[in-house]
Design a protein. Structure first.
Length: 456
């Protein structure tokens, strides 16, 4: 049985290593991005065999480069005894199981393109224990990607999936929005009930508390577990709409959701140790787009498309302020200096995707002192080097979120080796972290530095 995860990314793609001949020496890499595994359903109750799409993408790292049009070679010979392949228009078959596909150019600013959209279908009488690999090679100009492969296997069962909703930018705090997705069953057995998991981050508000859902509040938002009673037959498609309020504290928000065939066990596992409260509003329902009732199934064949995440960014700001401290002591004493990052709002700040620190502060020990203690999990040291500073530089990182009006303090233990009156060190935030650049949301960088003063 496949391991079930609700609320965690279910990885479906693997990237191959790059070839050895870049366009500009050591400046670019060509990659093939494909699912590491795909499960094909067998015949449904009426004998029809569902199709399964397999997307192959080609990517590269240096978007300053122009990458010319290339070629993708696909070899499906290893699965010919249990499945057939349908080739798209940009692929020229050399045999029924091998083709060469034209790959579009990637002009500067483009990091990836779709190289092929393959159609796969199990043979009606194929053994469900059969499996094999589809293999890929790609070239573009002087770039050659390392070969990649997808493991193809067969199975019976339902296969729920969620479509990927578009990210949303420049939302206005205090307004409403929606996330629309399609729940589809591309397996060969029906799902009688669906377990839906939803998580809306702290700056978002779930507009309805449905009576067929239960809700749990946590530090970074609100989660919901819903039992949807609409059957989803093989080939069936249903629309799922979630109404959200964009809060006054919203900035970098995230909406996650996933679906599984319902079972009591799946519901209990999803609840975990959290406290859940049932809603009282109207029921949340799937809206049929196309569906036909069929016999019920149990296991989901392919979990790679059961989970989706949507980013929702609001036009808002958060003023971070840094404060230091003044400490006193005699030679030989050890004192504790506090460095505090305050979030004066109005927005909260969170790196819910990359998990980067809201703020990283940098400092050196004041003259006559030595750093002898730091929060180990949050701080580190960069020793002096010939090219860099002549003394050790320290870096401390906050957690990946900081609520509005909240603060985070680092306690730095200093040993006073020599009393130097008015010894001081500047502490400052790094404002250009590529994962979460402070200057993009902080309207006042002037208060992002402070001082540690010893005997001053």
């Amino acid at each position: 049985m496949k391991h079930r995860l609700l609320g965690a990314a279910l990885a479906g793609c693997a990237l191959a290593a790059a070839g050895a001949a870049p366009v500009h020496a050591s400046s670019d890499q060509l990659w093939i991005s494909v699912p590491s595994e795909t499960v094909l359903p067998g015949p449904d109750a009426g004998g029809a065999v569902p199709d399964r799409a397999l997307e192959v993408r080609v990517t590269h790292d240096n978007t300053d480069n122009d990458v010319p049009a290339g070629r993708l070679t696909v070899d499906a010979g290893e699965i010919a005894f249990f499945a057939t392949v349908s080739w798209p228009g940009n692929c020229m078959p050399e045999t029924p199981v091998r083709a060469v596909c034209d790959v579009p150019a990637m002009p500067a600013g483009t990091d990836s393109v779709t190289a092929a959209q393959l159609g796969l279908r199990a043979l009606p009488d194929a053994d469900l224990d059969a499996w094999g690999y589809v293999r890929y090679e790609a070239t573009a100009g002087d770039l050659t990607a390392f070969p990649q492969e997808t493991r193809i296997s067969l199975a019976d069962g339902p296969d729920l999936g969620l479509s990927q909703a578009d990210d949303q930018r420049d939302l206005t705090p205090g307004t409403n929005t929606q996330v629309r997705a399609t729940v589809a069953n591309s397996g060969n057995r029906a799902v009688d009930r669906t377990l839906l998991w939803v998580d809306a981050s702290y700056g978002l508000r779930l507009k309805e508390r449905h009576s067929n859902c239960e809700y749990s509040e946590h530090a970074t938002g609100t989660s919901a577990l819903c039992v949807l009673d609409e059957a989803v037959a093989p080939g069936g498609r249903h629309e799922l709409v979630t109404a959200l309020g964009v809060g006054r504290k919203a900035l970098y928000e995230r909406f996650d959701h996933s679906v599984l065939p319902y079972s009591d066990k799946a519901l209990e596992e999803a609840r975990g140790d959290a406290t859940w409260t049932r809603g009282t509003g109207p029921e949340l329902n799937l809206r049929p787009v196309a569906a036909q009732r069929a016999a019920a199934g149990e296991e989901d064949l392919d979990l790679s498309d059961n989970y989706r995440s949507v980013l929702l960014d609001a036009r808002n700001t958060a003023d971070l302020k840094l404060t230091g401290s003044r400490v006193r002591g005699a030679a030989g004493d050890t004192v504790t200096a506090g460095i505090t990052v305050h979030n004066r709002g109005p927005a909260w700040v969170a790196s819910l995707g990359a998990g980067a620190a809201v703020a990283t502060v940098r400092f050196q020990a004041p003259e006559g002192t030595t750093v002898v203690g730091l929060p180990e999990e949050q701080c580190g040291a960069e020793p002096p080097s010939e090219e860099g500073p002549s003394v050790t530089t320290y870096y401390c990182r906050t957690p990946h979120y900081l609520h509005d009006k909240a603060s985070h303090t680092f306690d730095v233990r200093l040993r006073i080796d020599e009393v130097v009156r008015g010894a001081r060190a500047t502490v400052e935030t790094l404002n250009d972290d590529p994962e979460l650049p402070i200057r993009k949301f902080d309207p006042n960088l002037r208060n992002n530095s402070a001082r540690i003063v010893v005997n001053g």
